[in-house]
Structures are given as structure tokens and as C-alpha cells.
Design a protein around this ligand. Structure first.
Ligand code: APR
Ligand code: PHB
Length: 394
């Protein structure tokens, strides 16, 4: 079998890249280790930056998002019992974010791929990458006990943090940068009306809290918990009473509780590899970088990489601009590092860390007072939250 681009991984990165290439008439095949249902069961953050929304529209997969997604013109921060609105739209000259779950984005992309009759192989095993530096790259994989081979021009490694693509780059070329945080987030999804119409990011001495929604009748809440806690230690009742203790009375009184549809603990990590290209292999999304969920940049940075790689590949195929291939990694990384910085900044601003000394605590408190107390500070938060602009590929 032969195609132009082999895409490894059918998460949001692989599916979005596949759809954009498909629309442009650039041949591609997606290889995914899991089943479609398995991919759709993963619950992740649900905030789309303006640029991600625009890219989904450009890909022609925004119909349901535009009908059902909730446009948010602001978010709220909470500390020392104070509620501080951050009017995103006003502070950024009209930009907003869209509340629409990643699961729904993935579902829409899967539907679109079916309609466009894109070629995808799910439940494949043992994906291997060959001749990445040469003229004839190819990928092999196993399906129904048989080994298949696809020859291609380029390989997009969209296979997430645990994928094989990153590992295909020699260790002496790849540099890793990492920070692991000493706590996790316990998330709970429930069919209850959200406690607030805007997102709430709250610092509290008992631990950070995030209140969000998936729709007007479905809520998503998170509590900072020690990494030593297992999810079984957290009954629904314990979750709700802890959440109430960390919210101001007026909000706690408004909170509607219900049984959990999903509950899980996620560790927090910042991780980046450089470079994001090796010969004809391009790493995209979680395969190259992870952010802590504070700030909801994971999916948005994946979309950012897709944006650059898609525009570069289009120019390569239609304008013969092979010179642009080398610019993917530096261009993508410039935006990735800014997203990493913001997620790290938000995490440091809003969580107490074990082992912090009194000076560190005072600095953290001063950061909160400054950033959330001045228009310049709020504007910095707002412009990062709605997403920094993309560089032009030319
Ligand atoms: N072969 C084929 N597919 C693989 C392999 C492999 N060896 N390893 C992993 N995969 C698949 C996974 O099963 C998964 O479906 O690659 C896909 C990667 O998807 P994601 O992990 O969702 O990564 P990505 O598409 O880059 O999306 C980034 O996901 O983790 C969140 O916060 C992150 O929102 C961001 C988004
Ligand atoms: C979520 O809704 O899951 C969510 C929202 C915002 C974040 C992280 C997670 O920063």
C-alpha cells in the first residue's frame, strides 16, 4: 500500500490532521492501536481556544460545536474567599473560548472521516517506522495477525505520550525537558447543572478547585489531591463535601450534587521534547509535549502543531516548498513553550506545594495579588487563556 502521509494515532491530533489533509486532496492513512469506542471513552479538558475553533471550522467539522458549544466571554478566579472575574473578551479585543468537550471534538472528527471515506485502521499492533532519514520512509503494522506495509512521503507521529513515534528518534538527538508536580487532580463528571455559568479556578488552603461544565446540565469538577490517594478513597459523598469546603459559602449553597458518571485521578506533568522533527517524521500533540491541565492547553497545543504541519505540507505538495519542512519544529516549539509556560504559571499560582517555605508562599500570594489585581496582570492571563496568535507559514 502507498500513501502520501501516514498518521500514527487517531486522537484529536491525528484525526484533525487527517481531515485537513483529506480536504486538501493530500492522501493519508491513519493507524490506531485502540478501537474507536476506546478512543471515545477518554475524558479530557473541554476548553477550545479561538484558534482551535477556527481550525475546526476550516476543517469543516464545526457544525455540532457551533450549535452545542458554549461560548464563554470570561472566567473567574477565586482566592482568599474573593471572586475575581476575568473578562476575556473585553481584555483581548473580542476573543472568547468555546466550552466543548474533547470527546465531542473527537466524535465529530471520526464522523467526518467516515463521510470523507478516509482510510483508517483501528486495533492495529506493533507499528514500526522505517527509513526516516531516507527517500523511502515506510511503516509496518499488524492487523488480524498479518504484517502490512505502507510506503509514504511523510509520517506524522500523533500517537500521544505513550506512542512509538517519539521512540523512533535516536536518543542522542532527542532532548527531554520535564517537571512532575507533587499532586494530582481528582475529576468528577455528573449530570447536574453547573454551579456557575463561567469556569472557576480557585486557590484554597485545602487544595485547588476547578468548576467547569460540559453543557447546561452536565458539570465537571476537579479537586487537588495527594498523589498517594487512590480514586477508591473518594466516594461521591466525600468528593462533594470536600468541594463545598473549598468553595465560598454562597457557591457551596448553590452546588447541586449527584452521582458521578466518571471519576479519576490524573497526575500533573510538564514535558517537552526537542526537536519535533527527525527526517520525514513529524511529532504532533501529546507525542511531543504534555502540559498540566491548569489552563486547558493540551488539546489546543495539539491543534497548534496540526495547524503548522498542515500548512507546511500543503505548501510542500502544491508549491514545491520542501525548504519549509525544517521550519516545522522551531515554529511549533515556539508556541508550545509559551503554552507550557502558561500552564506551569497557572499551576504554580493556584496550588500549594508540599515543602514550600514561607518565602515561597509569600511570593505566590504576591503573584496572585498582582496578576489578579491589576489590569495588566489580568490581560496577561486573558491573552494566554484565549490562545496566543499563530505565526504565518510563508
Ligand atoms: N500505534 C498506534 N496508535 C497508537 C500507538 C501506537 N503504538 N500508541 C498510541 N496510539 C494512539 C492512542 O491509542 C491514542 O488514540 O495514539 C492516540 C494518541 O491520542 P492522544 O493521546 O489523545 O494524543 P493527541 O491526539 O496528541 O491529543 C492531544 O489529548 O491527552 C490529551 O491533553 C491532551 O487534549 C490533548 C490531546
Ligand atoms: C475540563 O473541563 O475538564 C477542564 C477545563 C479547564 C481546565 C482543565 C480541565 O483548565
Amino acid at each position: 500500500m502507498k500513501t502520501q502521509v501516514v498518521i500514527i494515532g487517531a486522537g484529536p491530533s491525528g484525526l484533525l490532521l487527517g481531515q485537513l489533509l483529506q480536504n486538501a486532496g493530500i492522501g493519508n492513512v491513519i493507524l490506531e492501536r485502540q478501537s474507536p469506542d476506546y478512543v471515545l471513552e477518554r475524558i479530557r479538558a473541554g476548553i477550545l481556544e479561538q484558534g482551535t475553533v477556527d481550525l475546526l471550522r476550516e476543517a469543516g467539522v464545526a457544525k455540532r460545536m457551533d450549535a452545542e458549544g458554549l461560548v464563554h466571554e470570561g472566567v473567574e478566579f477565586l482566592f482568599d474567599g474573593r471572586r475575581i472575574p476575568v473578562p476575556l473578551k473585553e481584555l483581548t479585543g473580542g476573543k472568547t473560548v468555546m466550552v466543548y468537550g474533547q470527546t465531542e471534538v473527537t466524535r465529530d472528527l471520526m464522523e467526518a472521516r467516515k463521510e470523507a471515506e478516509g482510510v483508517s485502521f483501528y486495533n492495529v499492533g506493533n507499528v514500526q517506522l522505517f527509513d526516516l532519514k531516507g527517500d523511502s520512509p515506510y511503516v509496518t503494522f499488524e492487523k488480524h495477525g498479518e504484517t502490512c506495509r505502507i510506503d509514504c512521503d511523510f509520517i506524522a507521529g500523533c500517537d500521544g505520550f505513550h506512542g512509538v513515534s517519539r521512540q523512533a528518534i535516536p536518543g542522542d538527538i532527542l532532548r527531554e525537558y520535564e517537571r512532575v508536580y507533587p499532586f494530582g487532580w481528582l475529576g468528577l463528571l455528573s449530570d447536574t447543572p453547573p454551579v456557575n455559568h463561567e469556569l472557576i479556578y480557585a486557590h484554597h488552603e485545602r487544595g485547588f478547585v476547578l468548576c467547569n461544565q460540559r453543557s447546561l446540565t452536565r458539570s465537571r469538577y476537579y479537586l487537588q489531591v495527594p498523589l498517594t490517594d487512590g480514586v477508591e478513597a473518594w466516594s461521591d459523598d466525600r468528593f462533594w463535601s470536600e468541594l463545598k469546603r473549598r468553595l465560598p459559602q454562597a457557591l457551596a449553597d448553590k452546588l447541586v450534587t449527584g452521582h458521578s458518571l466518571e471519576k479519576s485521578i490524573a497526575p500533573l506533568r510538564s514535558f517537552v521534547v526537542e526537536p519535533m522533527q527527525y527526517g520525514n517524521l513529524f511529532l504532533v500533540g501529546d507525542a511531543a509535549h504534555i502540559v498540566p491541565p491548569t489552563g486547558a492547553k493540551g488539546l489546543n497545543l495539539a491543534a497548534s502543531d496540526v495547524n503548522y504541519l498542515y500548512r507546511i505540507l500543503r505548501k510542500v505538495y502544491f508549491e514545491g516548498r520542501r525548504d519549509l519542512l525544517e521550519s516545522y519544529s522551531p515554529m511549533a516549539l515556539r508556541r508550545v513553550w509559551k503554552g507550557e509556560r502558561f500552564s506551569w504559571f497557572m499551576t504554580n499560582l493556584l496550588h500549594d506545594f508540599a515543602g514550600q517555605n514561607e518565602f515561597d508562599r509569600k511570593m505566590q500570594q504576591a503573584d496572585r495579588e498582582y496578576y489578579l489585581g491589576s489590569r495588566a496582570g489580568l490581560t496577561t492571563i486573558a491573552e494566554n487563556y484565549v490562545g496566543l496568535p499563530f505565526e504565518e507559514v510563508r
